[in-house]
Design a protein around this ligand. Structure first.
Ligand code: NAG
Ligand code: NAG
Ligand code: NAG
Ligand code: NAG
Ligand code: NAG
Ligand code: NAG
Ligand code: NAG
Ligand code: NAG
Length: 469
């Protein structure tokens, strides 16, 4: 476990001023809460703050980080980069000021069109990443998405099929009976060709290609880079009962669902259960029968006696993975080599002991998660708060993820207005070999050796300069 402040523990760090050894004078920021902990094989640093409401983040084609601040707009950040986790904000530019943009952001394949969403619509602007400017006017591409409660509209530009924008829309309440009807447009993920939009925007509910419905609030969406598989992570229901018994502390599970690829309609467009059927996390429930982790179960949510476990099993698409109830997954992103996905868990409110409030890794192989669909241990924590008992008040709350060219992982926290960077300190991670476990201690040692070598070179340089005077 290490944080940037702890990475210079070698002999040379004792000889050389710690901050200079680590980051060549790049200043580090401190948290107002207990310093978070990076998992084995990772180091982390807080690199930006003062960005309250920071939601989705995305790198542009010039390597600048675009941050959606809910209710504020889109901010463009450039960094002074000292390598590793040594980063410091250089320039902050307000690219789009808008009180309605609240979460979603995407860029065209050439990087010159910017897309962002409000609860109601998806807009585009011409974007000049070198000049750091957008067109004075926007174009509305997709509209008709307003509803209560779940108001984010996550955007994902396909890399496999450039020009296809995937849009995720949530439900209008905890148990939204309108979502039972496809024509409501609630709780659906759809894909749109945004290269050919006329002056009349697409109507979300009646246009595009249906990737899935019955998805309560699937805020995270990603395209697996090797196979093009579309995965989403879903925030499932609160306060549930089953047959009159309160089972909400450990059920239903949050879900990771699979929606096929854009190159075929296989495994696509199905109903994923909501608001009738939900994934089991904890099987200690009434009439569990043969239910296992990830089974679709009824919770009598709509008072319809024909919604039984058997009905759920035969009609609802089951998740590929299930996560602990109420952790609130908000983003998912894949490494370019497809060995791992990372997921942010914003954190729970609907259970006694807080859970989530972390970033986790999920091992993938050939486009599929390595863990079985009934696994309770598919996630490996890579960045956590020190003590979830202090959450939500004194904790970061992860939302957006982005990977830069060096495959460092950037994470936003809306509640604290912060951006963190995470970097692997070791060689290959355990997940690459399909175990899903954290990297070995050897990997951590080799990173420490690099830090010490860096310190030694610095000291030699000083000695040479001093000697030459
Ligand atoms: C920051 O902005 C200044 C002034 O526009 C520019 O000269 C400099 O290159 C920028 N630095 C970065 C890292 O973007
Ligand atoms: C957007 O807001 C920022 C910060 O309040 C301000 O500096 C900037 O001039 C505004 N930009 C536009 C285009 O209105
Ligand atoms: C898009 O442009 C319209 C018309 O000028 C404006 O009312 C609206 O606020 C803009 N939307 C965003 C998100 O900037
Ligand atoms: C854009 O192209 C898609 C096919 O990729 C088609 O379904 C859609 O109707 C077209 N939209 C318009 C506005 O022509
Ligand atoms: C399931 O619930 C039981 C009873 O509350 C508890 O003992 C057990 O630890 C829980 N297991 C999981 C995986 O949540
Ligand atoms: C609920 O309880 C009743 C009475 O014990 C039983 O017949 C029924 O199968 C149960 N339903 C579920 C979904 O477990
Ligand atoms: C109950 O659910 C069944 C199965 O989906 C459906 O056919 C029926 O219309 C529903 N009944 C009511 C009253 O909603
Ligand atoms: C996949 O990429 C990650 C991040 O760059 C790297 O650490 C890992 O070793 C790679 N795995 C394989 C099998 O190439």
């Amino acid at each position: 476990m290490q944080f940037r402040n702890n990475t210079c523990l070698g002999l040379w760090a004792l000889l050389i001023a710690t901050a200079r050894c680590q980051c060549n004078g790049i200043s580090s920021l401190t948290t107002s809460y207990a310093t978070p902990i990076a998992g084995d094989g990772w180091s982390a640093a807080l690199i930006a703050n003062g960005l309250s409401g920071a939601r989705s983040i995305l790198f542009d084609s010039n390597g600048a980080l675009l941050v959606v601040r809910s209710g504020t707009g889109i901010v463009h950040l450039t960094f002074t980069d000292g390598g590793g986790t040594c980063l410091e904000v250089a320039n902050t530019t307000y690219l789009v000021n808008s009180t309605t943009l609240n979460h979603g952001i995407a860029l065209s394949a050439d990087g010159n069109t910017l897309y962002a969403s409000s609860s109601e619509a998806v807009y585009s602007w011409a974007y000049d990443p070198a000049a750091v400017t957008v067109s004075g006017t926007n174009k509305t591409l997709i509209s008709g998405m307003s509803n209560d409660d779940h108001t984010t509209r996550t955007l994902l530009m396909s890399q496999k099929q450039p020009g296809t924008l995937i849009v995720s829309r949530g439900s209008n309440s905890n148990i939204d009976v309108e979502a039972e009807s496809l024509s409501s447009g609630h709780s659906q993920i759809r894909a749109f060709n945004v290269d050919n939009v006329t002056d009349t925007p697409y109507e979300f509910t009646t246009s595009g290609r249906l990737l899935g419905w019955g998805l309560r609030n699937s805020v995270g969406v990603a395209e697996e880079p090797l196979t093009g598989g579309i995965y989403s992570v879903e925030n499932s229901a609160d306060e549930i009962q089953r047959n009159g018994t309160d089972i909400h502390q450990n059920n239903p599970g949050e879900e990771m669902n699979f929606h096929g690829t854009l190159s075929s309609t296989d495994n696509q467009g199905g109903n994923y259960g909501y608001p009738n059927c939900f994934a089991v996390w904890n099987t200690s429930i009434p009439d569990a029968g043969s239910l296992t982790v990830g089974s679709q179960m009824t919770i009598d949510a709509t008072g319809n006696a024909s919604i039984t476990d058997a009905y759920c099993a035969s009609t609802a698409v089951s998740p590929r993975l299930t996560f602990q109830a109420h952790m609130a997954p908000l983003d998912i992103i894949f490494l370019p080599n497809g060995t791992e996905a990372y997921v942010t868990f914003h954190g729970s409110w609907d259970r006694t002991a807080p859970v989530g409030y972390k970033v986790a890794a999920i091992a993938f192989n050939n486009g599929q998660p390595v863990a079985a669909s009934d696994s309770l241990t598919a996630t490996t924590d890579i960045f956590v708060n020190t003590d979830n008992a202090n959450c939500p008040d004194s904790c970061f709350r992860p939302v957006g993820l982005a990977l830069d060219q060096k495959q460092r992982l950037f994470m936003s926290s809306d509640a604290t207005g912060e951006i963190y960077v995470l970097a692997k300190t070791g060689a290959s991670s355990g997940a690459a070999t399909g175990t899903g476990s954290a990297p070995s201690p050897t990997a951590t040692h080799s990173a420490a050796a690099r830090w010490e070598l860096g310190g030694m070179m610095w000291l030699l340089t000083v000695l040479v300069i001093v000697g030459s005077l």
